[in-house]
Ligand binder design. Structure first.
Ligand code: GLN
Length: 483
């Protein structure tokens, strides 16, 4: 079967070309055939999916369907799903059945979308390769010896392997955009505050944001429509109207000003990846855009600033996993201290422990000013760089990642080299801006991602620019051969 987009599935359901039960069965069959190999899903919710599909078909027949009624989707295992295992990729939550739905899941349920299952991820969303999952690494459908990116690697790989038409992800420092780039799919990290974080297990609360992953920008627009909006249960959710994201996709790009940050094309960027970005810019010029150089002078401090802020916040957020209220509990604790130590020692993997330790250190008395406060100041400088660039241009473009998907195991021994993967994505989270990754070519048979960064709440502009690019190119329609 060739790629099916949500748009095509919507059309087919509306025309009666197929039913939701049929397409849901088809995706579940693909998951059954391919998941042993790809490991993209931690949980497959077969029965629930088939029941939802049948209910959706009834709704379609009754003429009361919404945009996503009957559309199969997969959700990153960081979103709480009522009564369904929600592990966050960790042993800590190995038996955790969430007692409620995340806001994002509620939004999809309200439209009667179908949930196929929960996707694999780096433990507590900490990683860039999906190798830190307690449930084993995910394979990249384009090259089985390579990583799918992380932390939303299960979602990206599931789409690339044809196991779902689309999925949700979360992005704290690049976890939607980087796996989208590595797997040749389209991903959007919305502006901080656009999508509710309620029921999305927290990693670094001032950076975390949920968003859509799909084959096309058009599908991301459809998904974002359901996900975006104010939610009073998330104190950082923005009270702001949600525009019609699909309505502006076809706008002409003439006069659009695109800025290429010169710092993104310096040392460390693979020259073949750079060539793909150049080619994409040539395409944008044909579409009428103006491309010019801009500068984000503080780009080099983004990684140290991010890894202090993210680790500090994670050490605080993960303190709730103490073996008392929920999560893994060790056997036969001697006393309370032993319970805490062994439950957390057994429940968390190495990368999570490393981050909790560094974060607790950075927040400790005497070090707070030297590390956390300083990182917050650097964060302000990074936001100011973007503000200045957006005085000159409408969109900032560049590579999503410095190289294509690396081999499994290649960077696990050297965490710093892994952290450097996020060099182009994390400043977007530090500033709270929206960013996308769009397929833009191949190097050594592996996909390349073009990153588009917008000003606050300009998701429509990003989706429009990505959609127009996808009308002129077919990188997003290429399909990995998966058996
Ligand atoms: N790779 C980054 C990290 O490990 C980003 C992860 C994310 O966006 N969740 O923190």
């Amino acid at each position: 079967m060739s790629i099916k987009t949500i748009k095509q599935l919507q059309q087919g359901l509306a025309d009666g070309a197929f039913s939701s039960v049929e397409i849901t069965r088809d995706y579940l069959d693909k998951i059954a055939a391919r998941n042993d190999n790809i490991n993209a899903f931690i949980t497959v919710t077969d029965e629930q999916a088939m029941a939802q599909a049948a209910a959706a078909d009834a709704q379609i027949a009754a003429g009361t369907a919404c945009a996503l009624t009957g559309i199969p989707l997969a959700h990153k295992d960081i979103f709480c799903t009522d009564g369904v295992l929600t592990t966050c990729g960790s042993r800590m939550l190995e038996n955790f059945k969430a007692p409620y739905n995340a806001n994002v899941i509620e939004q999809f349920n309200a439209e009667n979308a179908v949930m196929l299952g929960k996707t694999n991820m780096d433990e507590f969303a900490m990683g860039s390769s999906n190798e830190s999952s307690f449930y084993g690494p995910v394979k990249n459908p384009w090259a089985l010896d390579s990583v799918p990116g992380g932390s939303s690697g299960g979602s990206a790989a599931a789409i690339a392997a044809g196991m779902t038409p689309a999925a949700t992800g979360t992005d704290t420092g690049g976890s939607i955009r980087q796996p989208a780039a590595f797997c040749g799919v389209t991903g959007l990290k919305p502006t901080y505050g656009r999508v509710s974080r309620y029921g999305m297990i927290a990693y670094a609360s001032s950076l975390d944001q949920g968003g859509p992953m799909a084959h096309t920008a058009e599908d991301c627009a459809i998904l974002l429509q359901a996900m975006a909006g104010f939610d009073q249960r998330d104190s950082t959710s923005m009270q702001r109207d949600v525009p019609d994201y699909s309505a502006t996709l076809k706008q002409d790009l003439s006069g659009l000003k695109i800025g290429l940050p010169k710092e993104y094309f310096a040392e460390g960027l693979n020259s073949d990846v750079a060539q793909c970005i150049d080619d994409a810019m040539a395409e944008y010029k044909k579409l009428g855009a103006e491309v010019k150089e801009v500068s984000l002078p503080n780009s080099k401090i983004a990684i140290p600033a991010y890894y202090v802020v993210a680790m500090a916040e994670c050490s605080s957020n993960l303190s709730r996993f103490d073996g008392v209220r929920f999560g893994h509990r060790c056997d036969d604790p001697k006393d309370l201290e032993d319970l805490y130590k062994r439950s957390r020692g057994e429940g968390f993997g190495d990368e999570v422990k490393r981050r909790i330790l560094i974060g607790a250190y950075a927040l400790s008395a005497g070090y707070y000013d030297a590390f956390y406060l300083k990182a917050q100041k650097l964060r302000r400088l990074i936001s100011q760089d973007f503000a200045q660039a957006f005085d000159e241009v409408d969109i900032i473009a560049g590579p999503t990642t410095p190289e294509v998907a690396f081999k499994t195991g290649e960077k696990t021994a050297d965490p710093i080299s892994m952290y450097l993967q996020d060099i182009y994505t994390i400043s977007v989270n530090l500033a709270g801006l929206p960013g996308m990754s769009v397929p833009a070519g191949f190097v050594d048979g592996k996909p390349v991602g073009l990153q588009l960064i917008g000003n606050y709440f300009e998701e429509s502009r990003l989706l429009n620019a990505a959609h127009q690019f996808q009308q002129a190119t077919d990188w997003h329609l290429q399909q990995a051969e998966v058996k």
